[in-house]
Design a protein around this ligand. Structure first.
Ligand SMILES: NC(=O)c1ccc[n+]([C@@H]2O[C@H](COP(=O)([O-])OP(=O)(O)OC[C@H]3O[C@@H](n4cnc5c(N)ncnc54)[C@H](OP(=O)(O)O)[C@@H]3O)[C@@H](O)[C@H]2O)c1
Length: 308
Protein backbone atom coordinates (compact mmCIF):
# COMPACT_ATOMS: atom_id res chain seq x y z
CA UNK A 1 0.00 0.00 0.00
CA UNK A 2 1.26 3.50 -0.79
CA UNK A 3 1.77 6.25 1.75
CA UNK A 4 -1.54 8.08 2.31
CA UNK A 5 -1.57 11.80 1.73
CA UNK A 6 -3.50 14.64 3.31
CA UNK A 7 -4.22 18.19 2.25
CA UNK A 8 -2.93 20.66 4.85
CA UNK A 9 -3.91 23.75 2.85
CA UNK A 10 -4.98 24.56 -0.69
CA UNK A 11 -2.04 23.60 -2.90
CA UNK A 12 -0.24 21.80 -0.08
CA UNK A 13 -0.69 18.04 0.09
CA UNK A 14 1.77 16.11 2.27
CA UNK A 15 2.58 12.46 2.94
CA UNK A 16 1.09 11.40 6.29
CA UNK A 17 4.52 10.24 7.36
CA UNK A 18 7.07 13.03 7.19
CA UNK A 19 10.83 12.72 7.42
CA UNK A 20 12.41 14.97 10.03
CA UNK A 21 15.82 16.53 9.46
CA UNK A 22 16.73 17.88 12.90
CA UNK A 23 19.13 14.94 12.91
CA UNK A 24 21.30 16.77 10.32
CA UNK A 25 22.25 19.32 12.97
CA UNK A 26 23.21 16.44 15.24
CA UNK A 27 25.37 14.88 12.53
CA UNK A 28 27.12 18.27 12.28
CA UNK A 29 27.50 18.58 16.04
CA UNK A 30 30.85 19.77 17.50
CA UNK A 31 32.12 21.05 14.16
CA UNK A 32 31.73 17.75 12.30
CA UNK A 33 31.14 18.19 8.59
CA UNK A 34 28.54 16.29 6.64
CA UNK A 35 28.81 15.49 2.93
CA UNK A 36 25.82 17.58 1.87
CA UNK A 37 25.59 16.04 -1.61
CA UNK A 38 25.57 12.53 -0.14
CA UNK A 39 22.90 13.58 2.35
CA UNK A 40 20.81 15.08 -0.46
CA UNK A 41 21.18 11.86 -2.48
CA UNK A 42 20.06 9.90 0.60
CA UNK A 43 16.68 11.64 0.41
CA UNK A 44 15.85 9.80 -2.83
CA UNK A 45 14.78 6.43 -1.32
CA UNK A 46 12.33 8.28 0.94
CA UNK A 47 10.74 10.11 -1.96
CA UNK A 48 10.67 6.93 -4.05
CA UNK A 49 8.79 5.18 -1.23
CA UNK A 50 6.17 7.95 -1.22
CA UNK A 51 7.64 9.76 1.79
CA UNK A 52 7.74 13.04 -0.09
CA UNK A 53 7.48 15.50 2.81
CA UNK A 54 10.46 16.71 4.86
CA UNK A 55 10.47 18.77 8.05
CA UNK A 56 13.20 21.28 8.77
CA UNK A 57 13.93 24.53 10.62
CA UNK A 58 16.15 27.56 10.32
CA UNK A 59 18.33 26.14 13.10
CA UNK A 60 18.64 22.48 11.96
CA UNK A 61 22.22 22.90 10.70
CA UNK A 62 22.42 22.35 6.92
CA UNK A 63 19.02 20.63 6.68
CA UNK A 64 17.45 23.31 4.44
CA UNK A 65 20.56 23.37 2.25
CA UNK A 66 20.45 19.58 1.83
CA UNK A 67 16.77 19.66 0.86
CA UNK A 68 17.51 22.52 -1.54
CA UNK A 69 20.22 20.48 -3.24
CA UNK A 70 17.90 17.49 -3.51
CA UNK A 71 15.24 19.57 -5.25
CA UNK A 72 17.70 21.41 -7.49
CA UNK A 73 20.21 18.72 -8.38
CA UNK A 74 19.21 15.19 -7.30
CA UNK A 75 15.60 15.16 -8.47
CA UNK A 76 14.76 18.43 -10.17
CA UNK A 77 11.01 18.82 -10.37
CA UNK A 78 10.27 15.91 -8.01
CA UNK A 79 7.07 16.50 -6.05
CA UNK A 80 8.53 17.09 -2.59
CA UNK A 81 7.12 19.26 0.16
CA UNK A 82 9.70 21.10 2.23
CA UNK A 83 8.34 22.37 5.51
CA UNK A 84 10.50 24.60 7.62
CA UNK A 85 10.35 26.71 10.77
CA UNK A 86 11.14 30.21 11.78
CA UNK A 87 12.30 30.52 15.38
CA UNK A 88 12.95 34.21 16.05
CA UNK A 89 14.64 35.46 19.18
CA UNK A 90 12.13 36.60 21.82
CA UNK A 91 11.28 40.31 21.63
CA UNK A 92 10.20 42.68 18.91
CA UNK A 93 9.97 41.41 15.34
CA UNK A 94 9.82 43.72 12.31
CA UNK A 95 8.61 43.19 8.76
CA UNK A 96 12.26 43.35 7.71
CA UNK A 97 13.06 40.48 10.11
CA UNK A 98 10.34 38.36 8.52
CA UNK A 99 11.52 39.25 5.01
CA UNK A 100 15.08 38.29 5.95
CA UNK A 101 13.95 34.96 7.45
CA UNK A 102 11.82 34.12 4.40
CA UNK A 103 14.59 35.15 1.98
CA UNK A 104 17.14 33.05 3.83
CA UNK A 105 14.90 29.96 3.89
CA UNK A 106 14.01 30.37 0.18
CA UNK A 107 17.64 30.73 -0.75
CA UNK A 108 18.72 27.67 1.26
CA UNK A 109 15.77 25.59 0.03
CA UNK A 110 16.31 26.85 -3.55
CA UNK A 111 12.66 27.79 -3.93
CA UNK A 112 10.56 30.88 -4.56
CA UNK A 113 7.76 29.88 -2.20
CA UNK A 114 8.02 28.10 1.16
CA UNK A 115 5.47 25.27 1.36
CA UNK A 116 4.83 25.63 5.09
CA UNK A 117 6.49 28.04 7.50
CA UNK A 118 6.01 26.95 11.10
CA UNK A 119 6.35 29.57 13.80
CA UNK A 120 7.82 28.83 17.21
CA UNK A 121 7.42 31.28 20.11
CA UNK A 122 10.03 30.93 22.84
CA UNK A 123 7.64 32.55 25.31
CA UNK A 124 4.00 33.49 25.25
CA UNK A 125 4.49 35.90 28.16
CA UNK A 126 5.53 38.52 25.61
CA UNK A 127 2.41 39.13 23.50
CA UNK A 128 4.49 40.26 20.54
CA UNK A 129 4.47 36.63 19.35
CA UNK A 130 1.10 37.53 17.81
CA UNK A 131 2.61 40.51 15.95
CA UNK A 132 5.16 38.13 14.45
CA UNK A 133 2.34 35.90 13.24
CA UNK A 134 0.60 38.83 11.59
CA UNK A 135 3.79 39.58 9.69
CA UNK A 136 3.82 35.97 8.52
CA UNK A 137 0.24 36.44 7.31
CA UNK A 138 1.45 39.39 5.23
CA UNK A 139 4.25 37.23 3.77
CA UNK A 140 1.67 34.60 2.95
CA UNK A 141 -0.53 37.17 1.21
CA UNK A 142 2.51 38.34 -0.73
CA UNK A 143 2.94 34.80 -2.05
CA UNK A 144 6.21 33.98 -0.28
CA UNK A 145 4.67 31.27 1.94
CA UNK A 146 2.03 28.77 0.86
CA UNK A 147 0.72 28.16 4.37
CA UNK A 148 1.43 29.02 8.00
CA UNK A 149 1.94 26.47 10.75
CA UNK A 150 3.00 26.68 14.37
CA UNK A 151 5.00 24.42 16.60
CA UNK A 152 4.65 23.51 20.27
CA UNK A 153 1.50 25.62 20.72
CA UNK A 154 -0.80 24.55 23.52
CA UNK A 155 -4.56 24.64 23.04
CA UNK A 156 -5.01 28.06 24.67
CA UNK A 157 -2.49 29.82 22.44
CA UNK A 158 -3.59 28.02 19.30
CA UNK A 159 -7.07 29.28 20.16
CA UNK A 160 -5.75 32.85 20.51
CA UNK A 161 -3.99 32.69 17.13
CA UNK A 162 -7.05 31.33 15.36
CA UNK A 163 -9.47 33.70 17.09
CA UNK A 164 -7.20 36.56 16.02
CA UNK A 165 -7.63 35.57 12.40
CA UNK A 166 -4.29 33.85 11.72
CA UNK A 167 -4.84 31.07 9.21
CA UNK A 168 -2.92 28.31 11.00
CA UNK A 169 -3.05 25.00 9.14
CA UNK A 170 -0.83 22.85 11.37
CA UNK A 171 0.71 22.53 14.82
CA UNK A 172 3.85 20.44 15.26
CA UNK A 173 4.01 18.85 18.70
CA UNK A 174 5.36 15.95 20.72
CA UNK A 175 3.17 12.86 20.67
CA UNK A 176 3.88 9.24 21.50
CA UNK A 177 2.54 6.29 23.47
CA UNK A 178 4.21 7.76 26.55
CA UNK A 179 3.41 11.42 25.83
CA UNK A 180 -0.33 11.59 25.29
CA UNK A 181 -0.85 15.16 26.47
CA UNK A 182 -2.21 16.14 23.05
CA UNK A 183 -5.04 13.62 23.17
CA UNK A 184 -7.12 15.38 25.82
CA UNK A 185 -7.73 18.92 24.57
CA UNK A 186 -5.39 19.79 21.70
CA UNK A 187 -6.31 16.87 19.44
CA UNK A 188 -10.08 17.41 19.57
CA UNK A 189 -9.69 21.21 19.26
CA UNK A 190 -7.32 20.91 16.28
CA UNK A 191 -9.66 18.45 14.62
CA UNK A 192 -12.64 20.77 15.09
CA UNK A 193 -10.68 23.72 13.66
CA UNK A 194 -9.22 21.81 10.72
CA UNK A 195 -5.67 22.29 12.04
CA UNK A 196 -3.50 19.25 11.36
CA UNK A 197 -1.27 18.04 14.18
CA UNK A 198 2.19 16.93 13.03
CA UNK A 199 3.63 14.75 15.80
CA UNK A 200 7.29 14.21 16.50
CA UNK A 201 8.96 11.85 18.96
CA UNK A 202 6.67 8.98 17.93
CA UNK A 203 9.56 6.50 18.16
CA UNK A 204 11.30 8.34 21.02
CA UNK A 205 14.58 8.76 19.17
CA UNK A 206 14.66 5.03 18.44
CA UNK A 207 14.02 3.91 22.05
CA UNK A 208 10.73 2.44 20.85
CA UNK A 209 12.39 -0.40 18.96
CA UNK A 210 13.49 -4.02 19.37
CA UNK A 211 17.02 -2.78 20.08
CA UNK A 212 16.00 -1.62 23.55
CA UNK A 213 13.55 -4.42 24.38
CA UNK A 214 14.95 -6.24 27.41
CA UNK A 215 18.11 -4.15 27.25
CA UNK A 216 19.75 -2.88 30.44
CA UNK A 217 19.17 0.76 31.39
CA UNK A 218 21.51 2.90 29.29
CA UNK A 219 24.09 5.23 30.74
CA UNK A 220 22.05 8.40 30.31
CA UNK A 221 25.20 10.52 30.11
CA UNK A 222 26.65 8.56 27.21
CA UNK A 223 23.88 8.50 24.62
CA UNK A 224 24.74 8.82 20.95
CA UNK A 225 22.19 11.34 19.64
CA UNK A 226 20.46 14.52 20.81
CA UNK A 227 17.20 12.80 20.09
CA UNK A 228 18.04 9.95 22.50
CA UNK A 229 19.05 12.52 25.12
CA UNK A 230 15.73 14.32 24.71
CA UNK A 231 13.55 11.22 24.92
CA UNK A 232 15.72 9.68 27.62
CA UNK A 233 14.43 12.57 29.75
CA UNK A 234 10.85 11.74 28.69
CA UNK A 235 11.31 8.09 29.68
CA UNK A 236 12.69 9.03 33.10
CA UNK A 237 9.92 11.60 33.62
CA UNK A 238 7.30 9.04 32.67
CA UNK A 239 8.44 6.57 35.32
CA UNK A 240 11.88 5.29 34.41
CA UNK A 241 13.44 2.35 32.60
CA UNK A 242 11.52 -0.54 34.20
CA UNK A 243 8.04 0.85 33.45
CA UNK A 244 9.33 1.74 29.98
CA UNK A 245 10.26 -1.91 29.47
CA UNK A 246 6.61 -2.71 30.19
CA UNK A 247 5.59 -0.34 27.39
CA UNK A 248 8.10 -2.00 25.05
CA UNK A 249 6.81 -5.48 25.92
CA UNK A 250 3.21 -4.43 25.24
CA UNK A 251 4.18 -2.87 21.89
CA UNK A 252 6.21 -5.98 21.05
CA UNK A 253 3.18 -8.19 21.60
CA UNK A 254 1.10 -6.04 19.25
CA UNK A 255 3.93 -5.81 16.72
CA UNK A 256 4.39 -9.59 16.72
CA UNK A 257 0.66 -10.08 16.13
CA UNK A 258 0.87 -7.93 13.01
CA UNK A 259 4.31 -9.02 11.85
CA UNK A 260 5.73 -5.47 11.95
CA UNK A 261 8.40 -3.79 14.11
CA UNK A 262 7.74 -2.01 17.41
CA UNK A 263 8.56 1.42 15.92
CA UNK A 264 5.95 0.93 13.22
CA UNK A 265 3.23 0.15 15.78
CA UNK A 266 4.27 3.08 17.97
CA UNK A 267 3.99 5.60 15.13
CA UNK A 268 0.79 4.09 13.81
CA UNK A 269 -0.88 4.55 17.21
CA UNK A 270 -0.10 8.29 17.11
CA UNK A 271 -1.22 8.62 13.51
CA UNK A 272 -4.62 7.17 14.40
CA UNK A 273 -5.36 9.76 17.11
CA UNK A 274 -8.00 12.46 16.45
CA UNK A 275 -6.56 15.61 14.91
CA UNK A 276 -3.29 14.02 13.79
CA UNK A 277 -2.50 14.80 10.16
CA UNK A 278 0.94 13.26 10.12
CA UNK A 279 3.82 11.80 12.11
CA UNK A 280 7.40 12.98 11.68
CA UNK A 281 10.07 10.28 11.89
CA UNK A 282 13.61 11.60 12.17
CA UNK A 283 16.27 10.38 9.76
CA UNK A 284 20.04 10.47 9.97
CA UNK A 285 20.47 10.87 6.22
CA UNK A 286 23.38 8.91 4.77
CA UNK A 287 23.95 7.33 8.20
CA UNK A 288 20.92 5.13 8.87
CA UNK A 289 17.51 4.64 7.26
CA UNK A 290 14.29 2.94 8.20
CA UNK A 291 12.29 3.59 5.04
CA UNK A 292 10.83 0.09 4.70
CA UNK A 293 9.66 -0.12 8.35
CA UNK A 294 8.16 3.34 8.06
CA UNK A 295 6.34 2.50 4.85
CA UNK A 296 4.83 -0.60 6.54
CA UNK A 297 2.88 1.67 8.86
CA UNK A 298 -0.05 1.35 6.48
CA UNK A 299 0.19 -2.41 5.93
CA UNK A 300 -1.92 -3.15 9.01
CA UNK A 301 -4.37 -1.49 11.36
CA UNK A 302 -4.72 -1.47 15.12
CA UNK A 303 -7.87 -2.88 16.70
CA UNK A 304 -9.37 -2.21 20.15
CA UNK A 305 -7.48 -5.12 21.64
CA UNK A 306 -4.17 -3.75 20.33
CA UNK A 307 -4.94 -0.27 21.63
CA UNK A 308 -5.86 -1.60 25.06
N1 LIG B 1 9.13 21.24 16.73
C1 LIG B 1 9.93 20.73 17.63
O1 LIG B 1 10.13 21.28 18.72
C2 LIG B 1 10.61 19.42 17.32
C3 LIG B 1 11.29 18.74 18.34
C4 LIG B 1 11.87 17.50 18.04
C5 LIG B 1 11.77 16.98 16.75
N2 LIG B 1 11.11 17.68 15.79
C6 LIG B 1 10.99 17.15 14.40
O2 LIG B 1 10.72 15.76 14.47
C7 LIG B 1 11.74 15.03 13.79
C8 LIG B 1 11.92 13.72 14.48
O3 LIG B 1 12.88 13.87 15.51
P1 LIG B 1 12.83 13.20 16.92
O4 LIG B 1 13.95 13.72 17.68
O5 LIG B 1 11.46 13.31 17.46
O6 LIG B 1 13.22 11.70 16.59
P2 LIG B 1 12.39 10.38 16.37
O7 LIG B 1 11.67 10.41 15.10
O8 LIG B 1 11.64 10.01 17.62
O9 LIG B 1 13.63 9.37 16.29
C9 LIG B 1 14.42 9.33 15.15
C10 LIG B 1 15.41 8.16 15.30
O10 LIG B 1 14.69 6.98 15.60
C11 LIG B 1 15.30 5.87 14.99
N3 LIG B 1 14.28 5.20 14.16
C12 LIG B 1 13.45 5.75 13.25
N4 LIG B 1 12.68 4.82 12.70
C13 LIG B 1 13.03 3.64 13.26
C14 LIG B 1 12.60 2.30 13.10
N5 LIG B 1 11.65 1.97 12.23
N6 LIG B 1 13.20 1.36 13.84
C15 LIG B 1 14.18 1.66 14.72
N7 LIG B 1 14.63 2.92 14.93
C16 LIG B 1 14.05 3.89 14.20
C17 LIG B 1 16.46 6.38 14.16
O11 LIG B 1 17.63 6.17 14.90
P3 LIG B 1 19.02 5.75 14.19
O12 LIG B 1 19.37 6.88 13.31
O13 LIG B 1 19.94 5.58 15.36
O14 LIG B 1 18.77 4.47 13.45
C18 LIG B 1 16.16 7.86 14.02
O15 LIG B 1 17.33 8.63 13.91
C19 LIG B 1 12.94 15.96 13.77
O16 LIG B 1 13.86 15.66 12.75
C20 LIG B 1 12.26 17.28 13.58
O17 LIG B 1 11.93 17.43 12.21
C21 LIG B 1 10.53 18.87 16.06
Amino acid sequence: MGIPRIQLAPGLEISRVLTGLWQIADLERDGRTLDLDAAAAAMAPYVDAGLTTFDMADHYGSAEVVAGRFAAAVRPGAPVQRLTKWVPEPGPVSAADVRAAVDRACSRLQTEVIDLLQFHAWTFADPRWLDAMWLLEAARDAGRIRAIGVTNFDTAHLRVAIASGIRVVSNQISGSVIDRRFTTRLGPYAQAQGVGLLCYGTVLGGFLSEKWLGAPEPDWDRLETWSQMKYGRFIRTAGGWEPFQGVLRALHAVATRHGVPIATVASRWVLDQPGVAGVIVGARLSHSAHVADTARMFAFSLDDNDRA
